[in-house]
Design a protein around this ligand. Structure first.
Ligand SMILES: C[S@@+](CC[C@H](N)C(=O)[O-])C[C@H]1O[C@@H](n2cnc3c(N)ncnc32)[C@H](O)[C@@H]1O
Length: 205
């Protein structure tokens, strides 16, 4: 959080070390080392405008920067056909971090699209079908949270798992394991921290 405050929202070169799949990480930008790379934030917002999800679920809000980028895409998409709003539900289990994120997001013009919860992803209850699931909490629980929400993820929807670089390993291995179990189909984007773009196998016919 200190790093985020010191940066004042300014961009700096990405911190993650070079990997075989992403040898020049310094060409990417970041606000701080917890918040996703700026280019990844832009990619997620574009995915939101491309796919027009009704419900996005994010695990690991941190200060809510990625949540805001998702909400920016939802706002741009306009109201749903029934006149209601699409939403992003994001959970942050640390109460101190949650309070900071809540204060930031309550003051944002994008707050009508955002529901922030002070809960663990492994306990959070979601009603309805999830069109876009962004897994960005603790590395060690990513497999458990994807498996927990998979029955609710739209078969034509998208699952994103952040921090899937070959250096960070855990998330990459979890995604490939779930692929070998026949649960999801996986593409590994060679970004500095790595990003899995996946789809439930149920949607592949
Ligand atoms: C990498 S940061 C999220 C960054 C954020 N998505 C962004 O890009 O702006 C991970 C966050 O997940 C939170 N976290 C870890 N385990 C969690 C869990 N089981 N449920 C909810 N939040 C969790 C941590 O406290 C931390 O703030």
């Amino acid at each position: 959080m200190l790093q985020h405050e010191r940066s004042g929202g300014a961009m700096q070169p990405e911190y993650h070390r070079a990997t075989p799949e992403c040898p020049q990480p310094q060409r990417w930008s970041m606000i701080d080392s917890m918040t996703a790379e700026v280019e990844v934030l832009e990619f997620i917002a574009t995915l939101v405008t491309t796919l027009k999800p009704r419900l996005v679920v994010e695990t690991g809000s941190f200060l809510g920067v990625s949540t805001e980028w998702i909400a920016r895409g939802l706002e741009r998409n306009g109201p749903l056909p029934d006149g209601s709003r699409a939403r992003v539900i994001s959970c942050e289990f640390d109460p101190v971090v949650y309070a900071k994120a809540k204060a930031r997001l309550d003051a944002s013009p994008l707050s009508p699209w955002i529901e922030l919860r002070n809960q663990s992803s492994l306990e959070m209850h979601i009603d309805g079908t999830i069109d876009l699931f962004f897994s960005d909490s603790d590395l060690d629980i990513r497999e458990a949270e994807v498996k927990r929400f998979l029955p609710q993820i739209n078969p034509h929807g998208i699952i994103l798992m952040h921090d899937a670089s070959s250096h960070l390993k855990t998330v990459r291995e979890a995604a490939l394991k779930m692929e070998s179990e026949g649960l999801i189909s996986v593409v590994l984007l060679p970004t500095p921290r790595g990003l899995v773009v996946a789809q439930p196998r149920a949607g592949r016919g």
